[in-house]
Design a protein around this ligand. Sequence first.
Ligand SMILES: Cc1cc2nc3c(=O)[nH]c(=O)nc-3n(C[C@H](O)[C@H](O)[C@H](O)COP(=O)(O)OP(=O)(O)OC[C@H]3O[C@@H](n4cnc5c(N)ncnc54)[C@H](O)[C@@H]3O)c2cc1C
Length: 568
Amino acid sequence: MHTLRVLSFLYMTTKIINALTTAGNRPKVLFHWFRHGDLRVHDNAALIHSSKIGADVCVPIFIFDEDAFGDKARTPYGHLKHGSKRAKFITESVQDLRKQLESIGSGLAVVHGEPASVFENILKDIPNNNDIDVSVVCQEEVSSEERDAVEAVRAAMKKSNYNGKRDIRTVWGSTMYERDDLPFDADLLEMPDTFTPFRHKVEKNCDINRPLPVPKAGSIPLNSDTVTIGSSLRDMLTAPIPSLEEMRYTDSQITHANENDSRSVMQFEGGESAALSRVKEYIWTKDLLKNYFDTRNGMIGADYSTKFSPWLAHGCVSPRYIASECRKYEEQRVENKSTYWVVFEMLWRDYCKYYCTKHGNSIFFRGGPINKEKKWSTYAGNFEAWRTGKTGYPLVDANMRELAATGFMSNRGRQNVCSFLTIDLNHDWRMGAYWFEETLLDYDVYSNWYNWCAGAGMTGGRLNRFNIVKQSKDYDLQGEYVRYWCPELKDVPNNLVHEPWKMTQFQQAENNCVLGVDYPNPIIAPSQPQKKGGKHQKPQRRKKGASNNAHQAYEMKSLKKGNFKFKG
Ligand SMILES: Cc1cc2nc3c(=O)[nH]c(=O)nc-3n(C[C@H](O)[C@H](O)[C@H](O)COP(=O)(O)OP(=O)(O)OC[C@H]3O[C@@H](n4cnc5c(N)ncnc54)[C@H](O)[C@@H]3O)c2cc1C
């Protein structure tokens, strides 16, 4: 099936090239290679670049990499490189991308194969002369696998016997602030290794580019005067997106991908159309932007935070488009700390990509960018309890169950479960990062690996240990969230729901929650309360009747509002 698709793709390519060559032109043939993090037509710098090259034929292409999808594609610790839920989200996104490209008179060729071989085969079938320029354009990525993929395609193009001109070009994209506009040296060696000074310098010295328009109809030509699109190309451009079965996911993985757990914060559908609808709904229809700062630490439901992350991660929506909608909202409705704060959070996202640009592969190493010497536990029992939500710590368990069932977890949850695994359990942090890589719908190599490095203390600076019980009380005082995901705790009263180990045997029986039978005993001893004034404990005291978000109130005071500006 896949071989057939590759073959028909090659046939189509050859047909185009032959037609162009016989027409006596020196044709330019361009392959616009969509990869990940760029699955949209609006504000897509690489696509605009392709549309302006003046190619006679421009073939947009997406390759489902055989080595990255399916049950056999595993990380060094044995987790899936793409969990089936995210694979499904990507197939939906590719489907929608094809629709968007068709609406501007183009299309999308979809191949299931190994990128370097796909391009190598394409070149083999191009007539061996010097009269054709062949180029590949894609978005620039900075992590090793993505760069290696580009280098492999470059090498395949170079080593082929084809004599014509060929090159592969990458174009910066996906961040809110342009790399070239950053107030640091080209290699980013001067970029601060902590976020706050980075933010101050960037906000002071840089303006955000206005989002780029969708390429004009006809500017990504699949036809030219000298070429008629044959039936094989038409077939290729309309061939179905590979199914999860074709990508070799197992039956149970496919069932999991298709399950819409009704407890999920929302049902996420891949693609630019769904992304733009969510932006519209969150900002305009539900008018939620003005409250973001106060609600962002929630854990239940669609509206406590934007939920833009799965679409941002796959490039279905651009951060500059979201920032420009925030600015429009400020002009038309209200401007406050919340309207700034969504842009602030997206600056974190930029920071992750730039941090990874600066530090390269070290973000994946055991000792991280600071090369920290530390002995980590690899005790499988603890990791399994963490992964499956059976640690005996309700906040950790609820979040881990939510992740496994739905592919999403709140930012508050992610910080807590990361701290619990890496600091409380002292477990090899990379196993946590790989598990997130498998399960998250919004997995993004930079955001995930930077946040894990930082959470595990691999980036230097102060190690931020989260006191799980305290966090539970600050952010889930009534235990609503933990009961939602751990129904075993449904009859446990509020004052014990976050510390079920404090129940006497009598209370356990009375509350229908016998430890070790209905709900696990804690896998490590609960920590003792820290002394007053301890750094991690701020704020320590809570006044009667104070907000249940004491920690959040502390954060609000300590973080000053910044600013963002657009060019022009
Ligand atoms: C251990 C750990 C792993 C993480 N892994 C990922 C990941 O793989 N992909 C991912 O997109 N985010 C990751 N995050 C960041 C953050 O948790 C999610 O972006 C956020 O929870 C997504 O929900 P939202 O879209 O409603 O976010 P909102 O609160 O509405 O924020 C808006 C956007 O800002 C960006 N953002 C917010 N916080 C961060 C942050 N700390 N780092 C980077 N970007 C941020 C996201 O793109 C997000 O969609 C991780 C955080 C931690 C602590």
